[in-house]
Design a protein around this ligand. Structure first.
Ligand SMILES: *Cc1c(COP(=O)(O)O)cnc(C)c1O
Length: 390
């Protein structure tokens, strides 16, 4: 234990030590109470404000009353309730695919899917800024990893050419990148995957519910649903509850039932969560105004930060980073914002490259316009006081 304490102290010295913060209350309007202070929560992934939606809470309660608090077994044993079957059918329809499979979390969906689809002798091409769960899936798979610089299509094409006769080739990308808030060049990735006979897997964690007319994600928004082989997403962000998924061809889903270990060896998602997902899928399709409000507010937020000369790293979405650079300065920026009632995450290595630490803001349709307008002013003034921007 002394050894562990020493490592923690070393992290502390580099401003890299992380600590849990207790949220005492979750409040409407995208706010939280922490240590007696009410904060505007600009760190949440509840992009559409559905986590507190009374219809979803009621659906979760009803599902628990009917099916129980837990599924009682893994899916292939006796945990596959009619509720799972129905929600997966609804999910496939939502995504515009033949079939879909739900995992306990998005993390487990990436881990299980990547390690099931490729292995030794195969090659994975992964954008440098892809989510950690993708990298953990790659490690677990034993396939060779070719990491390409963020959104660098020329480098990707070169790597695809060099991979030659690998048994299977898998290109994997986030659609909305969680650290920069920018978009994958999906149209070009589709062209490359077709040219080089690779599979394309797209992680729509931050885009599900947010992009596309129905909220299906970036592939839907660009009309590329059929071109993407493996659609991955999560219910834990804009859909307001929990659980990951993969959607695509029926054969893909049948294969994952047989080979994805994080699906096979974990208890089926609990009924109340399934009830919440079921209701969230209805709301997301039927209430596009939530997406429109979020899109509008995000654009205004980005515009003000850019106008103040801040570096928002090409963000085009509801995720808006402000590049600071050094770890300690980033922590100080986040702390000063907190003193003024705003909570945002200080992202430091290893989540981002060394020297590229940033404060990341994420917006929600739950935020009131007046709160966001004040937040923009506070952020710009605080950044200016710290010598950031112009
Ligand atoms: C959050 C996230 C995940 C993991 O999803 P969980 O449901 O929270 O486990 C996977 N990929 C990306 C890009 C994410 O942002």
């Amino acid at each position: 234990m002394d050894e562990l304490a020493k490592e923690l102290a070393a992290l502390e010295a580099r401003s890299l030590r992380r600590r849990l913060k207790v949220v005492d209350e979750v409040l409407p309007g995208g706010k939280v109470r922490v240590a007696g202070q009410v904060l505007l929560n600009l760190s949440s992934n509840d992009y559409l404000g559905l986590a507190l939606d009374p219809r979803i809470i009621e659906a979760a309660q009803a599902a628990a009353a009917r099916w129980g608090a837990g599924a009682g077994a893994s899916r292939l044993v006796v945990g596959h309730l009619a509720l799972h079957e129905a929600v997966e059918a609804k999910l496939a329809e939502f995504k515009g695919t033949e079939a879909a499979v739900i995992f306990p979390t998005g993390y487990m969906a990436n881990l299980g899917t990547i390690s099931a689809l490729v292995g030794p002798g195969d090659v994975i091409f992964s954008d440098r800024l892809n989510h950690a769960s993708i990298y953990d899936g790659i490690k677990l798979s034993g396939a060779a990893l070719q990491r390409f610089p963020h959104r660098d299509l020329n480098r990707l094409e070169q790597l695809l050419r060099e991979a030659g006769a690998a048994r299977r080739r898998l290109i994997v990308t986030d659609s909305v990148f969680s650290v920069d808030g920018d978009l994958a060049p999906l149209q070009d990735l589709v062209a490359l995957k077709a040219r080089y006979g690779a599979w394309l897997m797209v992680d729509e964690a931050h885009a599900t519910g947010v992009l596309g007319a129905k909220g299906g994600g970036l592939a839907e928004a660009l009309g590329l649903t059929r071109e993407v082989d493996i659609h991955m997403g999560t219910f834990s962000k804009a859909l307001g509850s929990q659980g990951g998924f993969v959607a695509g061809d029926r054969r893909l889903v049948d294969y994952l039932h047989n080979r994805a270990r994080s699906f096979i060896y974990s208890t089926a998602l609990a009924p109340p969560v399934l009830g919440a997902i079921d209701q969230a899928l209805e709301i997301v399709v039927q209430e596009p105004e939530r997406r429109l409000v979020l899109g509008r507010e995000s654009q205004e937020f980005r515009r003000s930060l850019l106008a103040a000369g801040l570096d928002i790293l090409g963000s085009q979405t509801q995720i808006v980073p402000v590049l600071v650079g050094e770890n300690d300065r980033t922590l100080k920026f986040a702390a000063r914002l907190m003193d003024q009632g705003l909570t945002a995450v200080a992202l430091r290595p290893p989540t981002v490259p060394p020297g590229r630490a940033r404060v990341r803001f994420s917006l929600s349709a739950a935020h009131a316009q007046a709160d966001l307008s004040r937040a923009r002013e506070v952020i710009v003034a605080t950044a200016r006081a710290m010598g950031l921007g112009s």
